[in-house]
Design a protein around this ligand. Structure first.
Ligand SMILES: Nc1ncnc2c1ncn2[C@@H]1O[C@H](COP(=O)(O)OP(=O)(O)OP(=O)(O)O)[C@@H](O)[C@H]1O
Length: 356
């Protein structure tokens, strides 16, 4: 990968970028002030005139130390541009970025001393070097004596299940292992704030689980702050304390996964009954928001899913009784993060428009 503009200017340790500074030792999660990252009113427009694109539109965001924040949004929502603004790779038109309290405009080297990023996955590693040599190399360019962090590297290799491959050239590893080496390299110098773009892309289930576990451990035990962007809702749901959703350059939601999932207007009730047929469904459709129907020979059991929060639940039960339906099973369908995403952004995670 070519050296990034940021690293040429003394920006964050974007893997093969140069950096000066001391080895950090991991933050104290209890020390919540100042935040690891504070973005205030950042905007970025690409191009001029009618063809210009407002990629990031007046975005403000604070990321507390030791937290894992997921950045979600359909293609073109502005996630990458926002991360690049935070990293100083793209210069915003307006707004400010502070890293651990230091305004990046006041001194890039100081601001980015404890920051690292994995923006392009496994391609950034040096494939001729062994796994351990990569870790030592990235520690060195992070300004850290690799011998002084050997124990840290051993621990990283162990946790990411790479110990057996420590002396193997990266080019001989599987894609999933290369991805894990990339993450280990990002963490090799002891950065306190890391940006990870699609860190689990292409990993098998087991490797993805290992990597997620390690990210959670690093945040919990070592106070690492992680900003993670992914299209994989499962990863976001599993790992992140907080989710920031973007659409059209703006933040459309910023909350915990649990809070996003608990929106009452998303309560969906699934009713199972052998009495549910087309006529019953038509009656329900007149009065309720019917989300899904399973009837006919292919269905395990005739069922209908209806959005019914609060009093609407009682109305639904009354309507079913009036229609002569004997209910066999009724339960709340837990919404998936993907449903919330589609509701809020109007887009599917892969960037397709919302299904009618
Ligand atoms: N260097 C650039 N020049 C012109 N337009 C750009 C540039 N970089 C991004 N854009 C535009 O800005 C908008 C936001 O793009 P960005 O890459 O930040 O979105 P994203 O949310 O990261 O998307 P994806 O999920 O596809 O990576 C898009 O319309 C994109 O085409």
């Amino acid at each position: 990968m070519a050296r990034s503009a940021a690293s040429d200017r003394g920006g964050p340790r974007e893997r093969d970028g140069a950096r000066s500074g001391d080895a950090p030792s991991g933050g104290d999660p209890a020390d919540a002030s100042p935040p690891a990252l504070a973005i205030e009113g950042v905007s970025k427009r690409f191009g001029d005139g009618d063809d210009s694109v407002l990629a990031v539109d007046d975005v403000s965001l604070a990321v507390e130390r030791g937290s894992i924040v997921g950045l979600l949004g359909p293609n073109g929502a502005g996630k990458t541009t926002l991360i690049k603004c935070a990293l100083g790779i793209v210069l915003p038109d307006a707004g400010s970025v502070r890293v651990f309290g230091t305004d990046v405009g006041d001194g890039r080297r100081a601001a980015y001393a404890d920051v690292d990023a994995m923006l392009e996955g496994a391609r950034n590693d040096y494939w001729r070097l062994t796994v351990r040599e990569n870790l030592r190399y990235f520690a060195t360019i992070a300004g850290v004596d690799p011998d002084s962090v050997r124990a840290r590297h051993d621990r990283l290799l162990d946790r990411l299940e790479l110990t057996e491959k420590a002396d193997t050239p990266v080019r001989e590893l599987s894609r999933g292992m290369k991805q894990k080496v990339s993450l280990a390299s990002v963490l090799a110098g002891g950065a306190e704030l890391v940006f990870l773009d699609e860190p689990t892309l292409g990993l098998d289930v087991e490797s993805s689980r290992t990597l997620r576990r390690e990210l959670r451990r690093l945040a919990r035990e070592e106070g690492l702050t992680i900003v993670l962007s992914s299209h994989d809702m499962g990863v976001i749901e599993d790992v992140c304390d907080r989710v920031v959703m973007m659409a059209n350059g703006r933040i459309v939601a910023d909350d915990t996964v649990a809070a996003l999932l608990s929106g009452t207007d998303r309560d969906v009730i699934r009713v199972v009954s052998a009495d549910i047929d087309d006529a019953v469904v038509a009656t329900l459709r007149d009065r309720f928001d019917v989300r899904a129907v399973e009837t006919g020979p292919g269905a395990d059991a005739a069922s209908v899913e209806v959005a019914a929060a609060g009093d609407a639940l009682y109305d639904l039960m009354d309507a079913l009784r009036e229609a002569g339906v004997t209910v066999e099973d009724v339960r709340t369908v837990r919404p998936e993060l993907e449903d919330v995403f589609v509701d809020l952004t109007g887009m599917e995670p892969d960037g397709r428009g919302k299904a009618p």
